[in-house]
Write a protein that binds this ligand. Structure first.
Ligand SMILES: [Zn+2]
Ligand SMILES: [Zn+2]
Length: 286
């Protein structure tokens, strides 16, 4: 039997409790080959500078446990689509900080939710996201920004592939930006990725609107809510509305063999063992 953890870059969102240097070993306990972390408390604006020993410990264990293409998830407070000028300067400062922390840690990807422009309209929101990135991301950064596909909850932007393509279009340093495709969000946004036909249609449309070369990673989540619900509610793999039927389209697509797949299921580390066992059930081994 081919183990999915040997054949795919599977990972999960991993806790940094007790220090960031503790996270690689926790990922390794699941035989993960990649992971996602927060580099600071995701609900706070300010963060203490990274401790040097923590940084060197983190890098040492990342290499010891062969973890690659690690993602940092940016703080949920970072609403880059906001049109509120006083909030924008705060967001940009915090985004600069996230980019710098990711670089210090040697991390490849910073995952960002595009956010919401309130009632200012999608077009304005898309422009604001691109502007925030243009004002913070430099060619000398190592880390790339991954715009995450949204569920379309509230007034958020980024739930249509066209939104993300427009953002990339307006971003100056295009080689530093890509997409993180969240399977729960895309399903909730209304793309029927559950059936093989719907999956191929969605991926073809992604490819023609954004380009598969921009698809740098996945958040692999089942969805508590149905197709087109516009609700961002993750579920354990196989227990949601997407089900193993939908999830299997992704893990068995030969075009995605080298892409990182990161679990963000509600039970976190307590549920990854079960998630992996369920992924294994629908993995064709190729
Ligand atoms: Zn996600
Ligand atoms: Zn989500």
């Amino acid at each position: 039997m081919e183990r999915i953890t040997d054949r795919r870059l599977l990972g999960g969102h991993i806790s940094t409790a007790g220090g960031i240097s503790k996270s690689p070993e926790r990922a390794n306990a699941f035989s993960f080959r990649t992971m996602q972390i927060f580099s600071k408390n995701q609900m706070q604006w300010k963060a203490r500078p990274l401790d040097e020993n923590e940084v060197s410990g983190f890098k040492k264990y990342v290499s010891e446990f062969n973890l690659v293409r690690i993602m940092v998830h940016a703080s949920y407070l970072l609403n880059t689509a906001s049109t509120d000028m006083s909030l924008r300067s705060k967001v940009e400062a915090a985004l600069r900080e996230e980019l710098s922390r990711a670089d210090i840690l040697g991390i490849d990807y910073l995952v960002l939710h595009p956010g919401s422009p309130g009632d200012m309209g999608e077009k304005k929101g898309i422009e604001m996201v691109a502007e925030s990135i243009n004002r913070t991301l430099g060619a000398d950064h190592h880390v790339k920004v991954l715009l995450e596909t949204g569920a379309g909850q509230g007034n958020t932007v980024g739930h249509k592939f066209e939104h993300l393509a427009s953002m990339i279009d307006m971003i100056e340093i295009k080689e530093k930006v890509g997409i993180c495709f969240d399977t729960c969000h895309v399903f909730a946004a209304g793309y029927d990725i559950k059936t093989p036909e719907g999956y191929h249609e969605a991926m073809d449309s992604f490819n023609s609107i954004i380009g598969l070369d921009k698809l740098l990673g996945f958040h692999l989540n089942d969805s508590k809510k149905g197709l087109g619900s516009h609700l961002d509610r993750h579920e354990q793999i196989g227990s949601g509305m997407l089900g193993l039927e939908g999830i299997s389209n992704f893990i068995n697509d030969p075009r995605l063999r080298e892409k990182p797949f990161v679990l963000e299921t509600p039970k976190g580390e307590a549920g990854y063992g079960e998630d992996i066992a369920n992924l294994q059930k629908c993995f064709n081994g190729d």
